[in-house]
Design a protein around this ligand. Structure first.
Ligand SMILES: Nc1ncnc2c1ncn2[C@@H]1O[C@H](COP(=O)(O)OP(=O)(O)OP(=O)(O)O)[C@@H](O)[C@H]1O
Ligand SMILES: [Mg+2]
Length: 323
């Protein structure tokens, strides 16, 4: 299967008063066409920065991005404008990402006008079609965002993202701000759209049940780095990195009957500013020894399609060496 997106050794460092902040540090992954990669990890681990850097909303520090067979690592203004048609973003808080002075139809028409896709009667019809696609009633054509509930506002955000018929959408916590009952409707809509339009998603979330439901693969991040990446179901049954174990053990999974000891993550959090050559999780890891404080682990394919960055992954999980 062909990959729509291939990211190699991507880094994004921010200059801060205290020094260089390693928000995304040497992250590599691929997303096959029409599939969803879920990105999970605690607040501040670099999920949004990763998504934004991939679609050039942030300028990368280094690394390579291949999209649809083309190297888009370095693009000029003109190329970026063309790229925007193919790569879009859906934001967490639809209210703050929508201009309150624009009506529903104006908001959905905006990308079409900027990209001179259509005008007049055709524009009106395209907007109505998009409203239909995302399940917004036509009577809301002249309404304003403040008159609508969170779910409908997020439908506007989705219609805007879809307007230019993109291939790839970064969905940054698109349902976190919504009521649980509305979350399911939006997730279902996004899955239907994915199927219908062959969309490829990068889906960022804190919610492990949402990510399990929507993702084909899941990547777990810790302080700017990828610690584990594999098939979405696999991670719920066979997780190998001590951080992933702790993260998922903290989530109540109703199907699991046996009583489990909950692993709490204790210890100091490594600073993302000049983090040094050590495993970022070492200070909190019960298995850490000397090598973990001396060398950053590199990602290794532990079994087919299952990548883990941990010096002691085999001992911890009683796995054989790959030979
Ligand atoms: N524009 C910026 N300038 C400086 N530092 C930034 C900037 N954007 C993000 N950061 C820092 O980069 C790190 C990663 O932030 P990011 O927003 O990507 O995390 P996140 O995983 O999306 O968190 P959350 O789950 O809270 O949304 C954090 O330490 C954050 O403070
Ligand atoms: Mg974020």
């Amino acid at each position: 299967m062909s990959n729509l997106l291939e990211v190699k050794n991507l880094k994004k460092y921010f200059k801060t008063n205290r020094g260089l902040l390693h928000a995304v540090d040497d992250v590599s992954f691929t997303i096959p066409r029409g599939k969803t990669l879920g990105i999970v990890g605690e607040s501040g681990c670099g999920k949004s920065t990763l998504g934004r850097t991939v679609i050039h909303l942030h300028e990368k520090t280094s690394g390579q991005i291949l999209f649809d067979g083309k190297d888009i690592s370095d693009v000029d203004k003109h190329q970026l404008k063309a790229l925007r048609e193919d790569m879009q973003m859906i934001f967490q808080d639809p209210f703050s990402s929508l201009n309150p002075r624009m009506s529903v139809s104006q908001l959905i028409a905006e990308p079409l006008l900027i990209y001179k896709k259509c005008s007049g009667k055709e524009l009106e019809q395209t907007v109505m079609q998009l409203m239909d696609t995302v399940g917004l009633a036509q009577r809301l054509y002249n309404s304003y965002p403040h008159e609508l509930d969170g779910g409908r506002r997020q439908r506007i955000g989705i219609a805007r993202a879809l307007a230019l018929s993109p291939k790839f959408i970064v969905c940054d916590e698109p349902v976190s701000a919504l009521d649980v009952s509305i979350q399911a409707q939006i997730i279902n809509l996004m899955q239907d759209l994915q199927e219908e339009h062959q969309l490829t998603y990068m889906f960022i979330t804190h919610d492990m049940s949402v990510v399990r439901h929507i993702s084909d693969d899941i990547m777990v991040m810790y302080l700017g780095m990828m610690v584990e990446c594999c098939d979405s179901e696999e991670i719920f049954h066979n997780r190998f990195h001590p951080y992933t174990k702790a993260l998922l053990d903290a989530v109540p999974i109703p199907q699991v009957r046996e009583k489990k000891e909950r692993r709490l993550i204790k210890g100091e959090i490594t600073s993302p500013i000049h983090p040094g050559d050590e495993c970022r999780f070492a200070k909190r890891c019960p298995y850490a020894d000397q090598i973990c404080f001396e060398k950053t682990p590199v990602s290794e394919e532990i079994c087919p399609g299952h990548f883990v960055s941990c010096h002691h992954v085999r001992e911890i999980n009683h796995l054989q060496e790959n030979k």
